[in-house]
Design a protein. Sequence first.
Length: 365
Amino acid sequence: MKILIDKNIPYTEHFFQDHLNDIEYFTDQDFDISKVAMDSIVITRSTFKTHGKKISNAVKFLCSASTGEDHYDKKALDGMNIPYAFSTGANAIAVREYVFSAIALMLKESKIDKSFSSLVIGSGNIGEGVYKVLKYFNLNVRSYDPFKPSTNSNDTVEGYDLISLHVPFTSPSESEYPTENLFYSTKFKYCKDGAVILNTSRGGVVSEKDFLELDDDRHYIRLISDVFENEPKVNEDFLNKNLFATPHIAGHSQFARYQMTKMAYENVMNFLGQGINERNMILENKIINFDKNSFDKDIKEFGLPVSLMLDTYNPKLDDFKYSDFKKIRDNYNKRIGYSQVIIKGCDDVSDQIALKKLGFTVEDS
């Protein structure tokens, strides 16, 4: 059986080294899934959408090396009896790290201060993880899940300095509690003036049209976006109104992309009924010598070790021009995640615990 793989998925030769003769690579923009001739497994990214596509009978298994599921028309695939799988949860750590670094940046740039109040919307792997870490550092944080009946959802956003979105995209036809345009004109008006909204969930959760129509002189909302409504075609006006924006790479640390491909490999082997061969980890690590004075100073001033967090990853460095979205995202594999950083020389047990909570590796002295 052939294994057809999007060429922009990294580490495939590492994991599929026993199946190299079966592999053919494709680019998502040129791939015609209706013309697959031989019995095949197809491994895609989230950039490949099945909605409205005719799918060849030769496609025996669809596998996404992505954690999101909205790019596969699951109802249609079920109707065609085509099994499918996702790399569920594989990038949760990377998205959390992105959020932590974005918060660190907002603190460093004085967009918020240590007393900031934050609301985490969504209580899945990512949202719950963000909430627990902020709570551990004694920051003022609350969580809210739009999929659970609660008080008026407009009221829940009032008074927060920072709101972080961690929900899947669901339309009114799909869910009793849809997230499509979860943030729209009315919801924006309930937000605190000057609030920062951080969207790493899905484009369409924030209404780009309504955000553009906001009168900043009357009600100022600051937005950081990693996702957009019509990817890869990004609205330039919307992009430019963001504090900064990144090309859907919040979940793309090297570690996360490695884990996503690993899970795709495991899903394929399970489909084939073959054993899963363990592979040696091939990712690079970054060594950082612990600076106790800097750590203590940051905790006192900001509540978080912002210097260490931004030295590891500063999301603003991935700000981009609208025309470069696809080019950057297709080739992005440079980011070292917190989990790839080894901290040396940290002797205080409470400091070690704090660093580990954020996801850093601490080497015993």
